[in-house]
Write a protein that binds this ligand. Structure first.
Ligand SMILES: NC(=O)c1ccc[n+]([C@@H]2O[C@H](COP(=O)([O-])OP(=O)(O)OC[C@H]3O[C@@H](n4cnc5c(N)ncnc54)[C@H](OP(=O)(O)O)[C@@H]3O)[C@@H](O)[C@H]2O)c1
Length: 329
């Protein structure tokens, strides 16, 4: 049941009623609030970030490099990575680095994350950004629903593999690029690959993946308490990017003419991710969901901690993460 709160202000001659949106609908207004900013230097910091070859991740990598950090990317396209490295070099005094992995193949994700762990004894910032929206059910070679694998399982695996390094590097920060799309839900623990439902709905599939990711943020936040590592999730704004472009020509036309004109420039996402990664005000804030730079209540279904614990356990099994990596930090 949604509770509508009505505050009655008695300090006026005439009583006035102030209407406040219930938590479930606050996301409608929070996205329009003024954005917080910082000018904090990230000089000497190492930032691992995924999906930097377009959209949100590209802008975030540029902004964080401009603040002086060394950027270590995980991407699937070597040519785009090489091109981006040139730009990053000119923005930061640091030499960028990249690792190749297709996130539909968890073995590749594991190899890239382990190579980074072996190469970098210190990581100050981890941003799991790579994501995809599917309009059709497609299974990865390992049999995972693609949106669930790319958005959730891959980011969970990378986080798990790099977690000890993040603890050793404390104070450090993990940012999971999530979405207001988590509100579409669609998560069923007995049907993570959408085999039993007999249908697939893209927005719900996306919502399932983002809900699972959010649920694991709350669990990881509990494990990291007192360890000097923060973990937060963010909706990076509704911005122009390549998301959904994998869904064919009809979707692309629909996106180009009906959706893209309503969207903002992805530079606002880059600025928000830089704020969350660098701002001193964020140093001790953890286990929260942000709409750009403003904290926001997530959908109630994503706060189901009992289901979240099951999703967390299932994610460990599906990614074959060694449990001690998480529980013996
Ligand atoms: N744009 C929005 O309005 C919006 C809103 C809410 C949340 N988000 C979230 O923001 C994040 C970034 O999305 P975006 O909008 O910037 O989309 P985008 O422009 O399509 O960028 C997605 C990034 O993820 C990479 N990627 C996709 N599939 C991959 C795979 N199988 N393996 C490895 N990398 C892969 C892409 O690489 P390639 O360049 O090789 O394709 C690209 O670098 C996603 O998590 C998305 O859910 C976006």
């Amino acid at each position: 049941m949604m509770k509508h709160r009505i505050h009655v202000c008695k300090n006026r001659k005439h009583m006035r009623k102030k209407f406040e949106l219930p938590d479930e609908l606050k996301f409608l207004t929070i996205g329009r609030l003024p954005q917080k900013t910082t000018r904090e230097s990230l000089s000497g910091k190492i930032c691992v970030i995924t999906g930097t070859t377009s959209g949100v991740g590209y802008e975030a990598a540029l902004r964080i490099a401009r603040a002086g950090a060394k950027i270590v990317m995980i991407v699937r396209n070597r040519q785009k990575a090489e091109y981006l490295c040139e730009t990053l070099r000119s923005l930061s005094g640091e030499e960028p680095d990249y690792y190749i992995a297709d996130f539909t193949d968890l073995a590749q994700v594991r190899n890239a994350a382990e190579a980074i762990r072996n190469q970098y004894p210190r990581i100050d910032i981890l941003i799991n950004n790579a994501g995809v929206h599917m309009t059709r059910r497609r299974l990865t070679p390992e049999g995972h629903e693609t949106a669930f694998c790319v958005n959730h399982l891959a980011s969970f695996l990378i986080t798990g593999i790099l977690l000890r390094t993040m603890v050793k590097s404390a104070p450090s920060r993990i940012i999971q690029v999530n979405s207001e799309g988590h509100r579409f839900n669609g998560l069923r623990i007995d049907d993570l690959d959408w085999a039993k439902r007999g249908y697939y709905r893209g927005l719900q599939g996306y919502g399932a993946a983002k809900t699972a990711q959010l649920m694991t943020v709350w669990e990881l936040n509990d494990l990291l308490r007192g360890k000097g590592v923060t973990i937060n999730a963010v909706h990076p704004g509704a911005v122009k990017s390549n998301i959904g472009h994998n869904n064919g020509i009809l979707y692309n036309l629909y996106s180009k003419y009906l959706i893209q004109p309503l969207l903002k420039k992805p530079a606002i996402s880059g600025e928000a991710l830089y704020y969350l990664a660098a701002s001193p005000e964020m140093a001790n804030i953890s286990g929260k969901f942000f709409n750009l730079t403003n904290e926001e209540p997530p959908a109630p279904h994503a706060m189901n901690r009992e289901l979240g614990k099951q999703i967390f356990q299932r994610s460990i099994e599906l990614t074959q993460l060694e449990e001690e990596r998480l529980y013996e930090l």
